[in-house]
Write a protein that binds this ligand. Structure first.
Ligand SMILES: NC(=O)c1ccc[n+]([C@@H]2O[C@H](COP(=O)([O-])OP(=O)(O)OC[C@H]3O[C@@H](n4cnc5c(N)ncnc54)[C@H](O)[C@@H]3O)[C@@H](O)[C@H]2O)c1
Ligand SMILES: [Zn+2]
Ligand SMILES: [Zn+2]
Length: 375
């Protein structure tokens, strides 16, 4: 539970219970900590104390409401981080990240996230899942692939969504900014889609090593201008496509934030008529923004260069449900193993410590999975 900036605590809360006939209660077996949680953790959103974090959840169904038909007690399931209804205009079009009914006055809902509706997070023993038939993805029974499947709640589909928005196609070159879990999944997805050349830009050596391990070219922006480094390796042309997996808390040096730096660098790295997939988070209000305009979510974006180069860009929350079933089947078939980036498996009691390490991007803390049943 969020206490104040840079502090979470493990507390007893009321048990999740069925509130509507379409609900299920899931006993959480794995809940991951996400870079998105860090924006709230650092006090850089409107999140209020008392919110239970956790939008990357999987587990075993414990109980279902009377209106649930396909999900039953004992099923092993993973939930998209998006809470969605399945029947609104956007859900029907596959845009479940922008559901129009689950979060009044807003397009999109999620578990345990500020502004995303009244849904408790799953970094807990139990989770209430609304519209359970729609929001539970069935998994093979047993314990196999637990860590791979856990990543189907968010980062694997989100990385894939970034590649989809950029329409990464066989033989293309792509630059991915951010070698955090989302950036690594975007690079991995680009490779799965047949990209010939994938660059991953960051300055965390441990994360860049993981990028290299999956066959991407690591670019350390601490060692020199990333635009030059990428142009040097693409015959001066730049890449066909670009992905932002950093968002508004992008830094140029340790502690020196420039909210538009990744967007503006991408505009220079990607060749004319290229496409950008932006999954790194941008917010309409940032209490800790480095300038008055940044506090209101207004960034100095190089629109002129963007236009001049005829670039296109897709943004927003990933529609996890558009990809989670297909990516699950790639895991089952042995064609994808996203868990290569998981660094820690810990009991809930160690969450406060884990948040601190992950937030500091301490060496080797790439992705933390919380296991509530662990002692
Ligand atoms: N759109 C979605 O649906 C969605 C889903 C999940 C996460 N996200 C967002 O994606 C972003 C990344 O998430 P994560 O879990 O990987 O977070 P993370 O914080 O672990 O990773 C961010 C990485 O960016 C690097 N970085 C910082 N400034 C940089 C710069 N100028 N150039 C290159 N790299 C830079 C950091 O060193 C870090 O490794 C976050 O903003 C998160 O909120 C979006
Ligand atoms: Zn997440
Ligand atoms: Zn909907």
């Amino acid at each position: 539970m969020y206490q104040e900036p840079f502090s979470v605590e493990v507390k007893d809360v009321e048990d999740a219970r069925i509130q509507a006939p379409n609900d299920a209660i899931v006993r959480v077996t794995t809940a991951a900590i996400c870079g998105s949680d860090l924006h709230m953790y650092e006090g850089r959103t409107g999140a209020e104390p008392g919110i239970v974090f956790g939008h990357e959840n999987m587990g075993i169904v414990e109980e279902v409401g009377s209106g649930v038909t396909t999900v039953k007690k004992g099923d092993r399931v993973v939930m998209p981080f998006n809470v969605a209804c399945g029947f609104c205009k956007n859900c029907l079009a596959g845009r479940t990240g922008f559901c129009l009914t689950v979060n009044k006055g807003f397009a999109g809902g999620a578990y345990g996230y500020v502004s995303m509706g009244p849904y408790m997070g799953g970094q807990a023993e139990y989770l209430r899942v609304p519209y359970a038939d729609f929001n539970c993805l069935q998994l093979p029974m047993g314990e196999e692939h637990e860590d791979d499947f856990a990543l189907l709640a968010d980062i694997f589909p989100t990385g894939y969504h970034a590649a989809e928005m950029a329409q990464v196609s066989p033989g293309e070159s792509v630059c991915v900014f951010g070698a955090g879990p989302v950036g690594l999944m975007a690079a991995y997805s680009s490779i799965l889609r047949g990209a010939a050349q994938v660059f991953v830009v960051d300055r965390q050596p441990d994360r860049l090593r993981l990028a290299e391990r999956i066959g991407a070219v690591p670019i350390d922006f601490g060692q020199g201008d990333p635009v030059e480094q990428i142009k040097d390796r693409t015959g001066g042309e730049g890449t066909d496509k670009g992905i932002d997996a950093v968002g508004y808390q992008a830094t140029v040096r340790e502690g020196d934030e420039q909210p538009a730096v990744v967007l503006n660098t991408l505009i220079e790295c990607v060749r004319p008529t290229g496409m950008l997939g932006v999954v790194g988070l941008y917010v309409p209000a940032d209490p800790g923004g480095p300038s008055e305009s940044a506090k209101h979510g207004e960034l100095l974006f190089k629109m002129g260069r963007f236009f001049e180069k005829g670039l296109r860009m897709g943004t927003g929350q990933a529609n996890v449900k558009a990809y989670n079933r297909q990516l699950r089947d790639m895991i089952v078939a042995g064609r994808a193993t996203p868990s290569f980036l998981v660094s820690h498996r810990l009991p809930l009691s160690e969450a406060p410590d884990a948040y601190q390490h992950f937030d500091q991007r301490d060496d080797g803390w790439t992705k933390v999975l919380l296991k509530p049943a662990m002692a």
